[in-house]
Structure formats: structure tokens, C-alpha cells
Design a protein around this ligand. Structure first.
Ligand code: DEZ
Length: 375
């Protein structure tokens, strides 16, 4: 038997592992489990870091660690290599979900500010799995986009990144890079006071990692009016948010852009499949398909696109809950932030939401967003 310790919030992780696995679920709020000594494999989410400090005593049999996330900045991969531990991530698992969050937040923002999205260009920083999906979805909505990704341009001869100067001329920036402190292309505080000097943006959206945008510089530019609005889903020093940054955020959510049933299902499946390969186990027989969400309300129930989008995407519900946590004067805000992320019901991605045909006649962009017809 292979002993696998897994974060209890990894979506249906038991469905993706075969019978040859003895599964122990742990609550990530308590850190890595103390019984880890008998583990052959460990499956985590971003809320538990893996490094020399958090995993000082490497269990004798531990040979595999997987993170059910696209981002890997919480894992010291060099440390794992030194200790002969194979590492797997779930790169790309949440790309569509993040793209839908960006599209939904842009629609809410443009509707509220009385603009048409066609007036703006969006600079996409990071054209990996997520940036590409964001690019495709925004282009479907008729929005002008530019992609900036020098490391990808270096790797792929047929990919062209726009120049830095060009991307900084976009009206809106949306971030989709990993968080790197070193290497040839560090992204820590990529958007900082230097890059902001002499520039103006209508909107900044960060769904990548807190730390890619320097919050101090962001706040200063916002106060000066050179950044008109910003939307943050990720924060420096999560789960401890800087109140001032959060207060001024046009939309603020608790790092849930990638939280859909489909994304979380992908995450569990990607790392379970890698684990199965690593231990040479038979595949699990999971065939569950998430049931669609069906909307039957009449289109007249919604006064406009913002109301409809916020009914179809829980962006504002998360925001309201985060707002309440931030108002709370207790010092357990961080704990509540993580609990909200872990326990709020996952949403269905747009292509698993069925709407009456009248919705599409009224708002043709719903087809472009990927919603399906009920009729
Ligand atoms: O890296 C990712 O996949 C995303 O940031 C994702 O939202 C992380 O989710 P978590 O592992 O914290 O549940």
C-alpha cells in the first residue's frame, strides 16, 4: 500500500486515486501533518509551503510531492531535487476559470463606469496557459489585446512578445505570470514605481500572485490618479491583507479567480495521474462529470449585464464575504480568509451553465463567453 497524505480540500481527491492507495486527509490550517513520517506521497495546495523549514525532517519513504495548483512559488523545488523527491504541479488547471474571472470583472467594471470595452486595449503580462486563455476570451469579446512574455519568446521561435514600452501603453494591464524572485526574468514587484513613472492606466487586474504588483506603488499611483482603478484577487502577504490596498480595490476577492469545479477537478486529476505514474499504479476509475447549472429565471429578472454576470459568477458574493472579514477587528482574519477560500461552494465554468435562448437574443456576448443554451 502507498500512503498518501492529502490536503482535505483537494477536490474529490479520493476519486482520482486507485485502491492501492491508503489516503490520509489533513486540514491545511494546521500545517503539514505530524504523522507524515509514514508518507510515500504528499499532496498539497498553495496554503502549505514546502521548504527546508516546513519539511525539515524528510520522511524516509517520501518520494513524491504534488501541488494541486498552477502556481508553484510556495514550493522550494531545489530543496526537493536535493532530496530526490519528485515534484508535480497542475500547470494550466485553472486557465479557463481565471479567463472567465477576468472577463466577468471587465464586464462589471465597464458596465459600472459607463464605458464600452471596445474603447480599451488590454495588455496581458504572461502568455502561458492562463494568459493565452485570457487573450482568446477577450478577443472573442472584441477587445484589443497585446501579449507580453519575453521568456516565452526566448523559448518559442514562433511566439512574438510585444516590447515593454508597448505593453505599458495599454489602457488596462492583466497579470498572469508566476511569482519569481530570481532567475533571468524575475517577476517580484514587476509593476513598481519605476515602470509606473510617466504612465497612466485605466485599470490594473492581478489574478496571478500578490507580489507581482508592488502594492505600495499601486496605492500611490491610485492616489495620484495615474491608476484609475484596480481589481485584485491576489495579495502581498496572503492571507494577511493590507487593509488600505483592499479598501481601494474596485473589486476585491480572496484568491478565487481559479476556483471552479472544472479547475479544481483538473488540479486533482493532474497530480493524481502523476502520482499513479510515479508509483506505477493502475488508473483510478473516476468517470464523474460535473452536472450543469441550469438557469430558468426570465431575462427580465435582470436589470442589466452586471446584474446578470454577478448572478452567473460569484465574484460579488466572494467580495461581500471578504469585505466582512476585513471589517472584523480580530486577528484571525488570515484564518477566515483561508476558510472562505476552502469552503465557499465552487462555481461552474460558463460552458457548464445552461441559459434560456432568450438570454442570448438579449445579450449576444453570452455565447462568446461560452454559456450554453437550455433549449
Ligand atoms: O496556482 C493556482 O492554481 C491558483 O492560484 C489557485 O487558485 C490556487 O488554489 P489553492 O491551491 O490555494 O486552492
Amino acid at each position: 500500500m502507498i500512503s498518501v497524505f492529502a490536503d482535505q480540500y483537494l477536490y474529490q481527491i479520493d476519486h482520482f486515486l486507485p485502491d492501492q492507495v491508503e489516503l490520509y486527509l489533513f486540514d491545511p490550517a494546521n500545517g503539514l501533518p505530524s504523522e507524515l513520517s509514514k508518507a510515500h506521497a504528499l499532496l498539497i495546495r498553495t496554503v502549505n509551503s514546502i521548504n527546508e523549514k516546513s519539511l525539515a525532517d524528510i520522511p524516509d519513504n517520501l518520494s513524491f510531492i504534488g501541488t494541486g495548483s498552477s502556481g508553484t512559488d510556495h514550493v522550494d523545488q531545489e530543496y526537493l531535487r536535493e532530496n530526490d523527491i519528485v515534484f508535480a504541479d497542475a500547470a494550466g488547471c485553472n486557465a479557463r476559470s481565471v479567463a472567465e474571472y477576468v472577463a466577468a470583472s471587465l464586464l462589471i467594471w465597464s458596465d459600472n463606469t459607463g464605458h464600452s470595452l471596445h474603447e480599451f486595449s488590454v495588455g496581458i503580462i504572461g502568455m502561458g496557459h492562463v494568459g493565452r486563455q485570457v487573450n482568446t476570451l477577450l478577443q472573442k469579446l472584441g477587445i484589443t489585446t497585446f501579449g507580453y512574455d519575453p521568456p516565452r519568446a526566448e523559448r518559442e521561435a514562433d511566439f512574438n512578445s510585444v516590447e515593454l514600452d508597448m505593453i505599458l501603453k495599454a489602457d488596462i494591464l492583466s497579470f498572469h505570470t508566476p511569482l519569481n524572485h530570481g532567475g533571468n526574468y524575475p517577476t517580484f514587484h514587476w509593476l513598481n514605481s519605476d515602470k509606473l513613472k510617466g504612465r497612466a492606466f485605466d485599470l490594473i487586474i492581478n489574478t496571478a500572485r500578490g507580489g507581482v504588483v508592488d502594492e505600495k506603488a499601486l496605492i500611490e499611483a491610485h492616489k495620484k490618479g495615474t491608476i484609475h482603478h484596480y481589481i485584485l484577487d491576489v495579495w502581498e502577504n496572503e492571507p494577511q491583507l493590507k487593509l488600505e490596498t483592499a479598501r481601494q480595490s474596485y473589486i476585491k476577492t480572496p484568491h478565487i479567480a481559479g476556483y471552479s469545479v472544472q479547475a479544481k477537478r483538473n488540479a486533482s486529476k493532474f497530480i493524481a495521474d502523476e502520482l499513479i505514474r510515479h508509483f506505477d499504479l493502475p488508473s483510478a476509475k473516476n468517470t464523474d462529470v460535473p452536472s450543469p447549472r441550469t438557469i430558468t429565471d426570465t431575462i427580465e429578472s435582470f436589470s442589466g449585464i452586471e446584474q446578470l454576470i454577478t448572478y452567473l459568477h460569484p465574484i460579488r458574493q466572494y467580495e461581500e464575504k471578504l469585505h466582512r472579514i476585513l471589517q472584523n477587528n480580530q486577528d484571525n482574519r488570515g484564518e477566515l480568509f483561508n476558510k472562505l477560500r476552502a469552503e465557499f461552494p465552487l462555481r461552474q465554468e460558463f460552458n457548464n451553465i445552461r441559459l434560456p435562448e432568450a438570454y442570448f437574443n438579449h445579450y449576444p456576448l453570452l455565447k462568446k463567453l461560452g454559456f450554453q443554451s437550455l433549449d
